[in-house]
Design a protein around this ligand. Structure first.
Ligand code: NI
Length: 161
C-alpha cells in the first residue's frame, strides 16, 4: 500500500470527467487500498480516484467506525429523494468549508472491489458523501455548488476535524 498525492484546488484534473472501469482487477484493488490509506492519513471521510490523479470512476467513503468502508466502482445514481442543507469540506480544498444542498436520500448502484454489482440506499451523511464523491467523478466540486456567502476559510490552527 502507498499514500498517494492529493490533487488540490487549481489542479485542472479535478475538472475532468472520470472514465468507467472496464475490468476490476488487482490493479484496481491496489488503487482502492491506496485511496483508503490516503483518505485515512489526511483525516478525510471520502475520496474519489481523480483526487489522487486517476481518472477512473472509483470512490471510497469511511464515515463510521462500526460500519464497513464503502468501496464503489462505476457508481450510478438511480434515485434521489428530498434535500438537505449541509456543511462540507473536501481533501482537495484544505481549510475551506461551505454549505451546499445535497439529496436527503440516494440510491446508488455500482460494483464492489470484486466486480460484483451492489446497491446502496443511503440517507443523511452517507447520502451527502455519495453525492459529493460522485460529483468528483463528473469533474464537479463542492465549491462550484455552494450556497452563496457560505464559504468559510479556516486557518490551520483552528482547523476543524
Ligand atoms: Ni471532495
Amino acid at each position: 500500500m502507498a499514500i498517494r498525492t492529493i490533487r488540490e484546488e487549481g489542479d485542472e484534473i479535478l475538472k475532468k470527467k472520470s472514465r468507467e472501469v472496464e475490468v476490476v482487477d488487482d490493479k484496481i484493488r491496489e488503487l482502492i487500498k491506496d485511496m483508503i490509506e490516503t483518505m485515512h492519513k489526511y483525516d478525510g471521510v471520502g475520496l474519489a480516484a481523480v483526487q489522487v490523479g486517476i481518472l477512473k470512476r472509483i470512490l471510497v467513503i469511511d464515515l463510521y467506525d462500526e460500519k464497513p468502508i464503502v468501496r464503489l466502482i462505476n457508481p450510478v445514481i438511480i434515485k434521489t429523494k428530498g434535500e438537505q442543507e449541509v456543511e462540507e469540506g473536501c481533501l482537495s480544498f484544505p481549510n475551506k468549508y461551505a454549505k451546499v444542498i445535497r439529496p436527503k436520500e440516494i440510491t446508488v448502484e455500482g460494483l464492489n472491489e470484486y466486480g460484483q454489482k451492489i446497491r446502496i440506499v443511503a440517507t443523511d451523511l452517507l447520502a451527502q458523501a455519495l453525492s459529493h464523491e460522485i460529483d468528483h467523478l463528473d469533474g464537479k466540486v463542492f465549491i462550484d455548488k455552494m450556497i452563496p456567502g457560505t464559504l468559510e476559510v479556516v486557518t490551520p490552527t483552528d482547523k476543524k476535524k
